[in-house]
Design a protein around this ligand. Structure first.
Ligand SMILES: [Zn+2]
Length: 505
């Protein structure tokens, strides 16, 4: 082989290999098969992702569990849709910061709705337990834009990170600077003092866990004197995303990657770019929320009980987080309320808690405070949280909907026997899961070690984004997890409480 060929041959192989990939990434070059495109870069204009019809999802339940067929995925999906409609109604009433937000009308409406659903499902002693709230951080309105050479672009995806400080009503006018991933070396030789600092963040896997928070980039920008911080979460499209509290002393907002790219383009010209930022935040006093409670009593008044917790709040529509968990809890009540009273070994108690998407994590503090009464005679605690979501894949600059269920992380506090029967139920109902325990504990975190407990959660790329809608929640997934929980409760009810407790406890 001549020296030139020696170099050309591997290069041409590389080119051959690269060509199909380059074509696949270019949506213009897609074959016109007539199939619906499942991949897209979701923006305000393009809308969210298109998910498959409920009948199209893969299912993998083993036979022999027909006793749980009455647990109905479509009925639960309807409950998910009703909760997401409450969130949209709140948005459409003119609230820029929207969802089922603690202490607001959307929260109270969700509480009333859940109480009504519990009664309809056959729960007894349904009640609202009012909780007074400390002053609540609530962004009223915000507006962010960038100007270069008199040309202004609006940054439509801007969303305040939780607990961010606001600006004066007149807003801020700041020079813009981009420090890449915001590592220590990215700041070397850059003067960020008094400027609006852009930090890019790698989602792992989405808004709640991302590189800028983990590597300290946001804190670093704050310490080096930034006057405002924009965190560009590098997920395809231009999603609005709610990041957990950044703990910074200056206004801090998340941006979608399309808005981040537009700013990068403005800055790379070398001209000065000015950021206009106005974020009006109020601390609302005198607000209140509820825990919603109901039960299916056992045959005996002093029977032991199983407690199911589902947090009611959400950022944006919260189809999976946590309309799905609330739907699971209500359907479990419906299932167990149909068991004749004299056959009920243990009572089932449901608590719809205010949730942890607020600075004080009121759901956590309420559970911590009430645990003595709530967990008295409890043999098992179930966290019904994010009980179904479609698997969303990532391909280049697009997100792809799939016909698979998104995988779940899980935690089981209890005996080997409890672990065995729980995992067996998950497997028998075709629930994809991490092979090892791990992931978040969610709403029950402060009390998960007090009694035997089970957590099964999906926390994927759309979590805390504006496209985590009811459409992202497959009915088949709701049915699978809820049926598994029902079987777990039935099997647990055949065991003495002592057999559920971990020996180490
Ligand atoms: Zn949640």
């Amino acid at each position: 082989m001549t020296p030139l060929l020696k170099y050309l041959a591997p290069l041409s192989i590389a080119l051959l290999l690269a060509t199909p990939c380059a074509q696949a990434q270019n949506s213009q070059a897609r074959p016109q098969s007539g199939n619906i495109m499942s991949c897209t870069a979701p923006t305000g204009e393009s809308g969210g992702l298109s998910f498959p019809a409920d009948q199209s999802y893969l299912r993998a339940a083993v036979p022999g569990n027909e006793a749980y067929d009455s647990i109905d995925g479509m009925r639960m999906k309807q409950l998910v849709e009703e909760q997401t409609a409450i969130a949209r109604g709140y948005r459409d009433a003119g609230n820029q910061f929207w969802g089922r937000i603690i202490g607001t009308k959307s929260d109270h409406e969700t509480a009333m709705w859940m109480a009504e659903q519990l009664r309809d499902a056959g729960a007894e002693n349904v009640r609202l337990d009012p909780i007074e709230l400390p002053p609540q951080w609530l962004p009223e309105t915000w507006e962010v834009s960038a100007i270069r050479n008199g040309q202004e672009i609006a940054l439509a995806s801007a969303w305040p990170t939780y607990g961010s400080v606001g600006t004066a009503p007149s807003g801020l006018e700041l020079e813009l600077i981009d420090v890449g991933l915001g590592m220590e070396t990215d700041f070397q030789g850059r003067d960020v003092n008094g400027k609006a600092v852009i930090v890019h963040s790698i989602p792992t896997s989405g808004a709640i866990i991302n590189s800028a928070a983990r590597s300290g980039a946001i804190r670093r920008a704050d310490e080096k004197g930034a006057a405002a911080i924009l965190v560009v979460l590098e997920l395809p499209g231009n999603l609005q995303m709610s990041l957990y509290e950044a703990g910074t002393s200056v206004p801090t907002l998340a941006l979608g990657s399309q808005d981040g790219a537009a700013l990068q383009q403005m800055l790379s010209s070398g001209d000065s770019v000015i950021l206009n930022l106005r974020l009006e935040v109020e601390e609302h006093e005198g607000l209140f929320t509820y825990s919603v409670r109901g039960e299916v009593p056992a045959a005996s008044a002093d029977a032991e009980k199983v407690v199911i917790v589902a947090h009611r709040d959400s950022l944006f529509e919260g189809g999976s987080d946590n309309a799905s968990g609330v739907a699971t809890a209500i359907e479990l009540i419906r299932y167990f309320a149909q068991v004749p009273l004299d056959q009920r070994i243990r009572s089932i108690e449901i608590v719809g808690t205010p949730g942890h998407h607020n600075l004080e994590s009121t759901g956590h503090s309420w559970l911590r405070e009430k645990q003595g009464q709530l967990l008295q005679r409890a043999v098992l605690l179930i966290n019904a949280e994010h009980t179904a979501h479609a698997l969303v894949d990532r391909w280049g600059s697009e997100l792809c909907a799939t016909n698979s269920l998104g995988p779940f992380s899980w935690r089981i506090n209890g005996s080997t026997e409890l672990q065995r029967l729980t995992l067996q139920a998950f497997d028998d109902f075709g629930i994809p899961r991490w092979i090892e325990t791990g992931g978040p504990t969610g709403e029950i975190r402060p009390i998960s070690n007090v009694v035997p407990s089970i957590v099964l959660m999906h926390a994927g790329v759309l979590l805390h984004s504006n496209i985590e809608t009811a459409a992202a929640v497959p009915a088949i997934g709701l049915a699978a997890t809820t049926r598994a929980y029902a079987r777990i409760i039935d099997e647990v009810n055949k065991l003495e409480a002592s057999r559920l407790v971990s020996r180490e406890q």
